[in-house]
Design a protein around this ligand. Structure first.
Ligand SMILES: *Cc1c(COP(=O)(O)O)cnc(C)c1O
Length: 636
């Protein structure tokens, strides 16, 4: 059996699970993006990264692949068409993309364009999002759904947009909004389209569940729905009620929770119809999950696929409506994450490493030296498989004690340094010795973690992977090249911020089904670039990212993949240092002015030459217009 091949690489990094067929590894050992499968047009990520850098695009870079969004939109629609056919469902399906998941203009343009043939609509959850959606959605067949907290201005704008031919439905999240809608309808003599959001009792599970349950922020309780119905009836506006909606949270890991909420939501719909309402749509919200880690058990995974989801949505609604003898609604979904998570990847380079492993012989120790050192020397020399466990505990004790002795002034700095060297030498030797020993598996895991290198990486977790830091969400991370070679090391990753939370220390392990503490990687040397990619970052990460340590937006590139290779459609340059500083209210001219003044002062006092002052000013000004991440010096 071969020790290493591409199949092994795919298994190790779980490419076939999280990749969902959009990612693979080519013969050269590079990761590829292949929206329609390996045999269809694809792009080699290493080549792409290198060629983009030739064009001046910098690491870290965010790569967006609209072709992948295309596949996701098609997949969701195909799955619903299949389900409708399978169950002979009498209504239709129509999707809506909630823009809060990723509002970047280029992306919204792609979603609108790709979605046109499916009449894919847009959902907004705030006033700024409403203004985006009204301008961007030009397909009159597609829905515009208005959620979130609404004031009079929000509601009047939404109501008036119907005069533009927009298919706008205002979803009532709080009962007070209904009065405002009725008022606006009278004021402008427009028949609005109204939706009611039901607060379901069925609780979701998973990491983002707060959107459901009686205490959730949004939606109407059963009694409020009843009240809303009465208000509409009294105002003779029952005909305006066009949609019933519920949303139980994002990334719902279990199909069982989805089914339960569907049963409850479909009953709300059917009951309202029996009471005399005639809504066209039942909107089952978002929550369709993405399999980030391939485990089918954690909150970063799902135990169902898109077809199973569609089948359950269609069949459950059908069943409830048939039972209650009401007509089947058109089904709306608000899947956001499931449409865009796969389409983007963050690529960054390793810029250094911290190595604790020590393979060279430790320093000599004479009989006169501190007895701690003599003991360590003894452990180093007599270590074998039989005493490994015992010596490991001794080693840890001695290491802890040496700190105490040092703090009390008993050990010198030179002695402490020697102890440290012994500690790492012994741990390294022990780890090698027990590597293949069955009865030392636990110890081996401990030592491997203790001895793992740290790779310093050119990116910010807070800017680019906020969910990894904030809620421990898992994203697939792996090298994008050299995958034809067996990774010989295991490391943790730290980012450029000086925050101890700025790291990735949990990685997916498809085989074990639970996260591992280190990432298998290849050796790093400063003269050959080593690139890592974080995948499935297309949903929520960009807009939630923050400016910790003033690291700004990364460069972002839209890449289309066609028969004749790839093409770069849009480049969105990342923030300059100056831009990030202005976000926190610094005035660049004033900053530059201060440095210039200080330099002039130093020249006057004879501490600085004019040439030095000019050089400093140039560095300062270049710094302000430069990238917030580490940059290669410009060579033209
Ligand atoms: C956030 C949100 C969504 C999107 O959820 P996903 O899990 O990304 O599919 C859909 N509907 C509403 C009302 C939301 O607030």
């Amino acid at each position: 059996m071969k020790n290493w091949d591409l199949e092994k690489a795919k298994e190790l990094y779980g490419v076939d699970t999280w990749g969902a067929g959009y990612f693979d590894i080519n013969e050269a050992g590079n990761l590829i993006v292949c929206p329609q499968g390996k045999d269809k047009p694809h792009v080699d990520l290493l080549e792409l990264t290198e060629e983009l850098q030739e064009r001046g695009i910098r690491c870290p870079m965010l790569l967006r692949f609209p072709d992948v969004i295309h596949e996701r939109i098609k997949l969701l629609n195909d799955c619903f068409y299949n389900a409708i056919e399978k169950y002979e469902y009498k209504g239709q399906y129509q999707g809506v993309y909630p823009i809060k998941v990723n509002q970047q203009r280029h992306l919204i343009e792609e979603v609108v364009e790709i979605g046109e043939r499916y009449n894919l609509g847009l959902e907004c959850g705030s006033k700024p999002e409403l203004l985006v959606v009204l301008a961007m959605m030009t397909n009159p067949q597609a829905l515009i759904l208005c959620n979130g907290f609404k004031d009079e201005e929000y509601i009047e704008t939404a109501v008036l947009s119907r005069k533009l031919g927009r298919n706008t439905i205002i979803v009532v999240e709080r009962l007070e909004e209904l009065d405002l809608i009725v008022k606006a309808a009278k004021k402008f003599r427009i028949q609005p389209k109204i939706g009611l959001r039901a607060k379901l009792q069925s609780k979701a599970s998973g990491r983002w569940v707060d959107s459901a349950g009686a205490r959730s922020k949004f939606g109407l309780t059963t009694s409020e729905i009843f009240k809303a119905f009465e208000i509409l009836q009294k105002e003779k506006q029952l005909g305006a009620l066009d949609l019933i909606h519920f949303h139980i949270g994002s990334q719902v890991p279990s199909i069982k929770t989805i089914k339960n909420s569907l049963k409850e939501g479909a009953q709300v719909f059917a009951e309202l119809v029996r009471m005399g309402a005639d809504p066209t749509y039942l909107d089952v919200g978002g929550g369709l999950g993405v399999d980030y880690d391939g485990s089918a058990t954690t909150d970063s995974s799902v135990n169902y696929n898109v077809q199973e989801y569609a089948n359950d949505v269609v069949s459950i609604i059908q069943e409830v409506c048939d039972e209650k003898a009401v007509k089947s609604p058109n089904i709306v979904t608000e899947a956001g994450r499931a449409l865009v998570a796969h389409h983007s990847a963050l690529i960054f380079d390793v810029i250094g490493l911290n190595r604790v492993e020590k393979t060279d012989a430790p320093p000599a120790v004479s009989k006169e030296e501190h007895k701690v050192l003599i003991e360590l020397k003894d452990i180093y020399e007599t270590l074998d498989l039989n005493n490994a466990n015992e010596f490991y505990h001794d080693l840890v004790d001695i290491h802890d004690n040496s700190l105490q002795l040092f703090t009390f002034g008993i050990l010198s700095l030179a002695e402490k340094a020697k102890i440290e060297q012994y500690f790492w030498s012994i741990a390294t030797r022990m780890c090698k010795m027990i590597k293949n020993s069955k009865e030392h598996e636990d110890l081996y895991e401990n030592l491997k973690k203790l001895l793992s290198d740290t790779y310093f990486c050119n990116f910010s977790v807070f800017q680019s992977l906020p969910d990894s830091w904030a809620v421990g969400h898992m994203f697939p991370v792996l090298p994008i090249h050299r995958l034809d070679k067996k990774p010989e090391k295991e490391v943790t990753l730290v980012d450029m911020t000086c925050d101890s939370d700025g790291k990735i220390a949990k990685f997916i392990d498809v085989e074990a089904g639970e996260p591992r503490n280190t990432l298998p990687v290849h050796g790093y040397s400063p003269d050959t670039p080593y690139y890592l990619g974080v995948f499935l970052v297309g949903a929520y990460q960009e807009i939630l990212g923050d400016l910790h340590n003033l690291f700004g937006d990364t460069d972002a590139v839209h890449v289309s993949i066609g028969e004749n290779g790839y093409s770069v459609n849009d480049v969105v340059e990342g923030d300059t240092v100056g831009e990030v500083l202005s976000y926190v209210q610094y005035n660049l001219e004033k900053l530059t002015g201060r440095i210039r003044k200080a330099a002039e002062h130093s020249i006057l006092e004879g501490r600085m030459t004019k040439i030095e002052a000019r050089t400093l000013m140039r560095y300062y000004q270049n710094g302000l217009s430069g990238y917030t991440y580490l940059e290669e010096p410009e060579s033209l």
